[in-house]
Design a protein around this ligand. Structure first.
Ligand SMILES: N[C@@H](CCC(=O)N[C@@H](CS)C(=O)NCC(=O)O)C(=O)O
Length: 212
């Protein structure tokens, strides 16, 4: 199997999962939206987005699906396969609509738009994203004050997915420090090599710098 990736948030998540699971798959840096690349990648992912997992049969896109596939492939409970699976999926679903989405909104304005010269940072969107961030962070703070990880006693894909944008907080500047349990959980994740440094040993250009 081969994972096509870039250093952006969702492909970073998939690379971290593959590394954490010790999946032994191949990796290839890709840029499906660069000129001349679309035709090659359209059949792998019609959205022309990363990550993409090339595997026997049909290619797989969407980081969550790839995490599920790799976890099954490795016989791991990282993607919960026991009675905790519904709870894990609850966090994936809620996170996508709430915490992860809020982080994405702010990161898009303060990071992605400036990095790729898409347009200026829209402060109204940042404020909307910050309001959503605080609302979601309060809920997570209460949960994480009671437990080390989101599901059960060990790290799961729910933790990785919820934290998708936290490694990009130099750009997004979300006030994680206002939430002590959230901060403690984020630090726990950073103690995991594959999460902290997913691209170690992989050939991939750095992201464009954010001007100013
Ligand atoms: N819902 C998709 C989102 C994929 C996505 O938005 N990927 C972005 C990066 S976060 C992308 O491919 N950007 C172009 C690139 O990195 O070359 C997933 O979870 O995999």
């Amino acid at each position: 199997m081969k994972l096509y990736f870039s250093r952006n948030p969702n492909p970073r998540l998939a690379v971290a999962v593959a590394g954490y699971l010790g999946s032994g798959i191949k990796f290839e840096y890709a840029s499906p939206q660069s000129s001349g690349e679309a035709e090659r990648f359209r059949s792998l992912n019609p959205n022309l987005l990363l990550p993409i997992l090339e595997r026997p049969g049909r290619p797989l896109w969407e980081a969550d699906a790839i995490a599920c596939c790799l976890s099954r492939h490795m016989g791991s409970n990282f993607w919960r396969r026991d009675e905790d699976e519904p709870e894990m999926i609850r966090w994936l679903s809620w996170g996508k609509e709430n915490f992860v989405r809020a982080c994405d909104m702010v990161h898009f304005e303060r990071g992605t738009k400036l990095r790729y010269d898409i347009g200026p940072c829209d402060e109204e969107m940042v404020e909307e994203g910050m309001r959503a961030f605080h609302k979601a962070a309060r809920l997570l703070e209460a949960e994480l004050a009671e437990r080390a990880w989101l599901v059960g006693d060990t790290v799961s894909f729910a933790d990785f997915r919820m934290a998708t944008f936290l490694p990009f907080n130099d750009a997004a500047r979300l006030p994680i420090d206002d939430y002590p349990s959230l901060k403690r959980w984020s630090r726990q994740l950073d103690e995991i090599d594959a999460w902290r440094d997913p691209f170690g040993g992989l050939a991939a250009p750095e992201l464009p710098p954010i001007p100013g």
